[in-house]
Design a protein around this ligand. Structure first.
Ligand code: AP5
Ligand code: MG
Length: 223
């Protein structure tokens, strides 16, 4: 059953991977590992890794596979629970590395949040995030109660540097160049579910829970 599986979330920037992952963490005890969050944390700390990758991320390009794999390995131990891999893999090579070096035969379910790429720019330019609490807001669809402040932690909300229209277009181009090979890889393995990510947040959540065999539990909770 999917609840006992490691989960891999695939999808374009802004397709709602982080939003839906937060819900599963809160309600079903999954652990969430987002390579984007890990890389941004390194930048925030000013580590040598962070300084090396900052320009790449701010421009919307991919960091090299081995750097991200090492960071992922240092932050997730699949023997300690069920993880949601959000933002990894991003290439066929990363998908193979994930299989060989982290999943190693674990029961796994891949979910592709498939959406109309034209709608993403508006979603992402209106995103605001709270790095400490991990909450994700949207000025149009999920505004915070107090403008600019996280409902949970009270910290100021951040507008990600790569969430400008120009950088988003680069990120979408990178996504378009790599998604098909990953969809093919997980389809061949017979472990891919595709979710319509154009829908509003609650509808996507229902479809996701249904795809994972988890529907009907705690669905009214805010996260
Ligand atoms: P990362 O942080 O992973 O960014 P991403 O994949 O581009 O995805 P996002 O976080 O932008 O979107 P999301 O799908 O999580 O959407 P969210 O739920 O926030 O990566 C950033 C960068 O790090 C990369 O560009 C790369 O440089 C580097 N990197 C990371 N991993 C790497 C790897 N493996 N290899 C190499 N480089 C790597 O939702 C978006 C907004 O929409 C929010 O405001 C939300 O409230 C809203 N929203 C969500 N769902 C809905 C809905 N249904 N309707 C309306 N609004 C919605
Ligand atoms: Mg995200």
């Amino acid at each position: 059953m999917a609840r006992q599986s490691q989960l891999i979330f695939l999808g374009a920037p802004g397709s709602g991977k982080g939003t839906q992952a937060n819900y599963l963490v809160k309600n079903f005890g999954y652990k969430h590992v987002s390579t984007g969050d890990l890389l941004r944390a390194e930048i925030g700390k000013g580590s040598s890794l962070g300084m090396r990758v900052k320009g790449i991320i701010d421009a919307g390009h991919l960091v090299d596979d081995m750097t991200v794999l090492d960071l992922l390995k240092a932050n997730c131990d699949t023997s300690s629970g069920h993880f949601i891999f959000d933002g990894f893999p991003r290439t066929l090579n990363q998908a193979k590395l994930l299989d060989e070096q982290l999943l190693r035969g674990c029961a796994t379910q891949a979910v592709y949040f498939k959406m109309d790429l034209e709608a993403l720019v508006q979603r992402i330019t209106n995103r605001r995030v709270a790095p400490k609490s991990g909450m994700i807001y949207n000025l149009l669809t999920r505004p915070p109660k107090r403008p600019g402040i996280c409902d949970v932690s009270g910290e100021p909300l951040i507008h990600r540097k790569d969430d400008t229209e120009e950088v988003i277009r680069n990120r979408i181009d990178v996504f378009k160049a790599t998604i098909d090979e990953m969809v093919e890889f997980y389809t061949q393995k017979g472990i891919l579910k595709v979710i319509n990510a154009n829908a509003e947040e609650n509808a996507i959540r229902e479809n996701l829970l249904s795809a994972l065999g988890l529907n009907g539990v705690n669905k009214d909770l805010p996260y």
